[in-house]
Design a protein around this ligand. Structure first.
Ligand SMILES: [Zn+2]
Length: 194
């Protein structure tokens, strides 16, 4: 894989989950798909996030800061106990403060919808990539506060560190592949002492 290549994992997941899943793992260990500005650029384009002008180191640091906070908060709502999945040095309170800091430059605004009615939208006091991150943080807040049966889950596929949006209540894996590996591992554990 070239250094700026980013695995496009599960593009059907909502954007905040896709940001969380820039930390991923395989047999060789845990990887960070947002290690360089080039990777951020690729990821932003994969997600269809509009940008004006080139991204820089400051954008990378901000995206990673939001990503790490989201993983911490997802771990909390998902009761995630996978040691490789989250930065144990980041407290839930600090992650919350980070998320709320990202959404701070936004305010709800009621707008006409053209049919005599109104719809709620958001007004941002930042622009460029900062505005995109603020919008992403707002989406993340919605996901993290959903009812337990539909909110974010942690994938317990062997060695997996990904999250997924619980598209149906009994979903337990990021993918069919992890589901199969997980069932096989469970089967062998159950029969290990036979
Ligand atoms: Zn998985």
């Amino acid at each position: 894989m070239a250094s700026d290549d980013v695995p496009d994992l599960y593009p059907s997941e909502p954007r905040p989950v896709r940001l969380m899943n820039t930390i991923w793992a395989d047999k060789a260990g845990t990887h960070d798909a947002l290690a360089t500005v080039g990777q951020l650029d690729r990821w932003v384009r994969q997600c269809g996030i509009p940008t004006v002008g080139p991204l820089g180191e400051a954008d990378l640091l901000r995206a990673r800061e939001l990503r790490d906070a989201l993983r911490r908060l997802a771990a909390t709502v998902a009761n995630d106990e996978r040691p490789a999945a989250v930065d144990a040095g980041l407290s839930v309170d600090r992650a919350l403060a980070t998320l709320n800091g990202f959404t701070a430059p936004s305010a709800p605004e009621l707008r006409r919808d053209g049919e005599g009615g109104f719809h709620r939208d958001w007004r941002f006091s930042v622009d460029g990539f900062g505005r995109e991150l603020a919008a992403l943080a707002l989406e993340a807040g919605e996901l993290l506060s959903e009812r337990p049966e539909v909110r974010i889950g942690a994938c317990y596929g062997p060695g997996c560190v990904l999250y997924y949006h619980r598209s149906h209540p009994r979903r337990g894996w990021c993918s069919a592949g992890c589901g199969n590996r997980g069932r096989v591992a469970r089967h062998y554990r159950r029969h290990a002492n036979d």
